[in-house]
Write a protein that binds this ligand. Structure first.
Ligand code: NDP
Length: 254
């Protein structure tokens, strides 16, 4: 269980949901984890507390992605935290997990401002984070982008969100080639409907139909996505790059 000992990781949006489970999973394998949050510092601190209770190491970094100066703010805290804990600013694993979701408007009702916000957080921020992380990533580093099954199934009310995740998948494809000379792998993980603990998933009228999407007829658990991300971060996954890993519990079987 020490496959990632000596490694460092940044998981964006790990104050809750899939990001929190991923931060916990990476820490359990020995990585020092930077737990990033946008607004909920207390929840991010809870993630750190859970990791520490588990015998792991972590610290929080806060920055609201999509706002001016956010990338600088994040890296300033990240580099300081890494230096404090390890004596150097090396980031082995970057997980682009934070994302903004749409309220599920009909395409006719989406505003230009909504488009900008979703793209700023879900596509532009991961690009800028990777660009900036390249100075900290060593040979053999890992980048994992959390995409979505909606890039493979038509849900009209999710068109803008799906477009932004499609852009993220392009980042995976093209940077996988670009970073291969440095042995850095870049992959996408595509979750299906996953119970992130939000109120919506506890409502039977939402939970039931969403559960039916999977071949297993239930929602995914954050840990089931986290396990895939953790695998991609390990040396066992060194031969996988530019891939999109289906973590949907068979939601795309047709
Ligand atoms: P949650 O909604 O539970 O959590 C979102 C996380 O992202 C929070 O930690 C939040 O931080 C952070 N975040 C959101 N917006 C910003 C922002 N502008 N700046 C900084 N941080 C931000 O997410 P899930 O766990 O459900 O989803 C995680 C990933 O998985 C996302 O990329 C999502 O698109 C993807 N996914 C999820 C599915 C699901 O069914 N849950 C299905 C398919 C894909 P804070 O609250 O502190 O602001």
């Amino acid at each position: 269980n020490s496959k990632l000992s000596g490694k460092t990781a940044l998981v964006t949006g790990s104050s809750r949901g899939i990001g929190r489970a991923t931060a916990l999973g990476l820490a359990r394998k020995g990585a020092l984890v930077a737990v990033h949050y946008g607004r909920d510092e207390q929840a991010a601190q809870q993630t750190v507390d859970l990791i520490e209770k588990d015998g792991g190491r972590a610290f929080t970094v806060g920055a609201e992605l999509g706002t001016p100066g956010a990338i600088d703010q994040l890296f300033h805290q990240l580099e300081a935290g890494l230096r404090e804990h390890t004596g150097e600013a090396v980031l082995d694993i970057l997980v682009n997990n934070a994302a903004a979701t749409t309220p599920g408007d009909a395409p006719e009702d989406v505003s230009a401002e909504q488009l900008d916000e979703i793209f700023a957080v879900n596509a532009k921020a991961p690009f800028l984070l990777i660009q900036r992380a390249l100075g900290l990533l060593p040979e053999g580093g890992r980048i994992v982008n959390i995409s979505s099954a909606v890039t493979r199934m038509a849900i009209p009310s999710q068109v803008v969100y799906a477009m932004s995740k499609g852009a993220l998948d392009q980042l995976t494809l093209h940077l996988a080639r670009h970073l291969a000379p440095r042995r850095i792998t870049v992959n996408s993980v595509l979750p299906g409907a996953t119970d992130n603990g939000s109120a919506a998933f506890q409502m039977p009228e939402i939970r039931e139909p969403m559960s039916q999407l999977s071949a297993f007829k239930r929602l995914g658990e954050p840990e089931e996505i986290a396990d895939v991300v953790v695998f991609l971060a390990t040396d066992q996954a060194r031969w996988i790059t530019g891939a999109s890993l289906d973590a949907t519990g068979g939601s795309l079987l047709g």
